[in-house]
Design a protein around this ligand. Sequence first.
Ligand code: GLY
Length: 366
Amino acid sequence: MTLTTVPVSLGTRSYDIHIGRDALWGCADALRHVIGRGQAAIVADETVWAAHGQRLIDVVGDVPLITVPPGEASKNFEQYARVSEALLKAGVGRDGTVIAFGGGVVGDLAGFCASTLRRGSQFVQIPTTLLAQVDSSVGGKTAINAKAGKNLIGAFHQPALVITDLAFLDTLPERQMRAGYAEVVKYGLLGDADFYSWLDQNKDAVLARDDAALTHAIKISCEMKAEIVAEDETEKGRRALLNLGHTFGHALEAVCGYSDRLLHGEGVAAGMAMAYRYSAAHGLCATQHAQAVTQHLRATGLPAGPLDIEGLSTDANEQLALMYQDKKVEGGALTLILARDIGDAFVAKNIDPAPLRDFLAQELQS
Ligand code: GLY
């Protein structure tokens, strides 16, 4: 079996991401080595467990299992308390391992539980959605949502190992594949024009789950993320680029109730196209780039703005207020990730709210 390995270099907290079809089986020894003699427990998405749980049991044996209902709503205080109590009951100590088995929701929730369990226990990410494989399983961001907004209660806590098995994508619904693809495009847009061009040519193969195309897309995405995280683990600077499209997108997700009315990746897609249009409207990048991004995303069936989201009910003032809940707000001023070109995003601080409100009103005009 050929596995592609991407190292994440963080000194004593360095780890590897192993990518490939049947990577779970191929990484059995590595996973058992990481678990060592401590108590392990699995935190799994209910649906993923029903479809693929036996494959994990075949590798780690019959370890305690805690399942979580699918969907963003599980990233809440109630599930955090329930999972943490269950991990304690299962006897997971500081030398123990929490194995997150599912998409971004389970990874974020289980990772946050691991970060606070006995002030920090080890965890392993086995991401089963494209979105989690290219983004949320890498880099150590863990969180749950609060009433005030998404991911507002969390911690940086790096995994000890990430196992990215393409076989889990075989059962992933098309819509979830597309949502994950949005995060893949993000890497091209923020810093790699060649990768974006490759995606322009190969997006159909990636979305059709061609193993070679998928492996390339996941590898390049993880390499870029690993490089940025190694330089700026706790987002004091450059890591903020990974939030391209997120501030616009989170505000749209909020009015959709963080539900499957708008998946996170769909919100990011709409948000990235908005960030390019906002950049073009302010003379920061060429209009043709904003149009190209909009077309690329729409061609894959992703929303490229608020008007592409069915049944959206909001206004510019509400969107602006939600954007001000962003974690990148500094001294009351908004920071946005904007673009100069395809493959060239930058951090823009002290955004003036008045022209932003006008832009949002224009975007929401039918
Ligand atoms: N998802 C953005 C980051 O990990 O920084």
